[in-house]
Design a protein around this ligand. Structure first.
Ligand code: SAH
Length: 253
């Protein structure tokens, strides 16, 4: 069974509303919704924010719900200067930018795994990139109103594949962005959970993939209009991308 894990409550609510015959189990202060989503058996759950919250949710998904795969959705701040609010990043390599066991290990190396980056499932990266591109090209006009599309120039938005860095901080300064660019040059965007999901899935040998909508530029303006963006853009994106992915794929069993 596939898990659709969301870092935002609003995304989770929108996916939950599209489920058929769902039952809900509460465990460790999370509601796990088990049922049919776009023709496939899934578990839909909100991780809450931060690495520990995400890791504990993923551990429960794997050990209690026996999921065979995790797709993780959420929002992120742009680190690459080419990214804009409303673009989508599919993570290929996941990092933990706040992992620092120097001088015992090099900065960013994860002690148990001995690596500083964990790879998402490459088939899924390609399939999710296609799903996101189809959503942006064909579906977005129908589900996001024209005013918002114009304000955010959403017609010009695109999906890229890139590195994602996670840490237990909301990044909101240009100095932090510059520091991250210098420390982790392969990273496109920053958030607070993906690297934790990647670590737990890698430890258990479970394939994972991460889809992030850019919500801010991780600088001093990062907090502006955040709730509006999450509700009216990011949740609609996640729902639309997951739908495209699941409806177009016979690969999910
Ligand atoms: N300030 C927001 C709350 C932070 S949201 C509000 O008022 O609603 C935190 C979530 O957004 C986490 O899931 C994290 O992964 C993601 N996120 C988005 N932009 C981020 C950034 N610039 N730095 C870190 N996490 C970010």
């Amino acid at each position: 069974m596939l898990a659709i894990l969301s870092a935002m409550q609003e995304e989770n609510a929108m996916l939950r509303a599209s489920m058929q015959d769902a039952t809900t189990q509460t465990l460790g202060r999370r509601d796990y919704h088990v049922g049919d989503l776009f023709g496939h058996d899934v578990v839909v759950v909100f991780s809450h924010w931060g690495k520990v919250a995400a890791a504990s949710t993923v551990t429960a998904l794997i050990t209690r719900f026996n999921v065979s795969e995790i797709i993780f959705t959420g929002v992120a701040g742009a680190i690459s200067p080419d990214l804009h609010v409303g673009d989508v990043v599919i993570g290929d390599q996941l990092y933990q930018h706040d992992m620092d066991v120097r001088p015992i290990l090099p900065r960013h190396t994860i002690p148990l795994l001995g690596v500083d980056a964990m790879a998402a499932n490459s088939d899924r990266v390609n399939q999710l990139k296609n799903a996101a591109t189809e959503f942006l090209t064909n579906d977005m006009n129908e589900v996001i109103d024209a005013d918002l599309r114009n304000t955010l120039s959403l017609e010009q938005r695109r999906c890229i594949v890139g590195g994602i860095a996670s840490g237990d901080q909301f990044i909101s300064s240009s100095a932090s962005v510059a520091d991250l660019r210098q420390r982790l040059p392969g990273v496109s965007c920053v958030e607070m959970e993906g690297g934790a999901v990647a670590q737990v899935c890698t430890e258990f040998g479970i394939p994972f993939s991460v889809v992030r909508t850019i919500s801010d530029s991780a600088d001093e303006a990062a907090g502006v209009d955040f709730p509006v963006f999450i509700e009216r853009v990011a949740s609609v994106y996640s729902h639309g991308i997951v739908r495209r992915f699941m409806e177009s794929k016979a690969h999910l069993v």
